[in-house]
Design a protein around this ligand. Structure first.
Ligand code: PEP
Ligand code: MN
Length: 379
């Protein structure tokens, strides 16, 4: 056994160690410079790959680089250690490529970028916008007949609500359920809306009817069941009407944003996102309103975010609380189903509000939402 040392070593030993430590620190800096230089080259590679539509990940190329490094390995690190170290470098580089691609989404919020304000309407309609002051979008689940839509439109206009919704094409879970009035329903909705100075929101369910729906609607809705219908999204890219894109009821927020990116990259950046509840184990509500989606989406994107409380809950009694929660969380609007006689509704009878309950809901939203003065800038 050697002599016990105090642990501080001799002055010579300390000086020698200090010199070696300085060298390792210098080498760390050189490795860092080289890694940073390599990362800048990787970003250049990504740009070339994007320009020429080449896959970002190339497994063959990684294997080739690893073999090249192992064959040049001078030691003392064993080959496996070299493989392990460089695999980490490659993984970080791929992350950089994909991460860069992610933040360059057209719909992503760039640092400091303000909320997008989407203008709606035209043709004699008071100027309306979604993305600034909160809006209410209300109306029946489905367009059923002239009298029903006229009654709702008159009531909305009287209450200072600027947007009427109503499905003419209905995506129903059962093929035997009422599928909507189709083209006739679009005409009924548009006519009532024009009579009362309202903007319309109505759903398109397939690529064949994109032109027809976009001609009649002020805002074209893509339903939850169609969020991932990428051909439909691409077709909607060429319409000049804003699109209200509902979150698929089993979709993540990333998937919703990528669906919005389909619209934006196909030419239509006027997209309004709609949280409408997701499927969970809860049985008390039809879906579960994911309120955290509101602030999260607002961080991720500049696009307006609205919340459909009716389809989230599938029941009437808690709608005022959910609508208040949505606006308090920062939503740019709420969507609510309203019907002159919900018990007789041909779809979603259990969740539509009658006029009295709707008036109570609106009253409960003050001061988060206030009615638009009639004939002036609508909300
Ligand atoms: C609707 O708003 O009419 C509708 C069908 O809703 P969702 O697509 O959210 O189910
Ligand atoms: Mn409905």
């Amino acid at each position: 056994m050697g002599k016990r040392s105090s642990g501080a070593g001799t002055p010579d030993g300390r000086a020698e160690l200090e010199a070696l430590r300085r060298r390792t620190s210098e080498l760390n800096r050189r490795i860092l410079d080289l890694l940073s230089e390599r990362a800048r080259v990787v970003i250049e590679v990504r740009k070339v790959k994007e320009r020429h539509a080449i896959d970002l990940f190339s497994p063959g190329r990684e294997a080739e680089m690893l073999e090249d490094l192992v064959s040049a390995n001078p030691g003392p690190f064993p080959d496996d250690t070299i493989r392990h170290l460089f695999r980490e470098v490659f993984r970080a580089s791929l992350g950089l490529m994909e991460g860069e691609a992610e933040t360059s989404l057209r719909v992503a919020r760039k640092p400091g970028e303000p909320d997008a304000v989407i203008r709606v309407g035209g043709q004699g309609l008071p100027a309306r916008a979604i993305g600034a002051a909160p809006v209410v979008i209300a109306g029946p689940c489905a367009v059923e007949d002239e009298e029903q839509v006229e009654a709702v439109a008159a009531e909305l206009a009287r209450l200072g609500v600027g947007f009427i919704r109503g499905g003419a094409f209905k995506p129903r879970t059962s093929p035997y359920a009422f599928q909507g009035l189709g083209a006739r329903g679009l005409g009924i909705l548009a006519a009532a809306a024009r009579r009362h100075g309202l903007a319309t929101v109505t759903e398109v369910v397939d690529t064949r009817s994109v032109d027809l729906v976009a001609r009649h609607a002020d805002v074209v809705q893509v339903g939850s069941r169609n969020m991932a219908n990428y051909e439909l999204l691409k077709a909607l890219g060429s319409t000049r009407k804003p699109v209200l894109l509902k979150r698929g009821f089993a979709a993540t927020l990333d998937e919703l944003l990528l669906a919005a990116e389909y619209l934006a990259s196909a030419g239509n950046e006027d997209v309004i996102l709609c949280e409408r509840g997701v499927r969970t184990f809860a049985r008390e509500t039809r879906f579960t309103l994911d309120i955290s989606a509101v602030p999260l989406l607002k961080r991720m994107t500049r696009l307006p975010v609205v919340v459909d409380v009716s389809h989230s809950a599938g029941r009437r009694d808690i709608l005022p609380s959910l609508a208040r929660a949505a606006l308090a969380a920062g939503a740019h609007g709420v969507m609510v189903e309203v019907h002159p006689d919900p018990a007789l509704a041909r779809s979603d009878a259990q969740q539509q509000l009658d006029f009295a309950a709707f008036r109570e809901l609106l009253a409960s939203l003050a001061p988060l939402w206030t009615p638009a003065p009639r004939g002036r800038r609508g909300r």
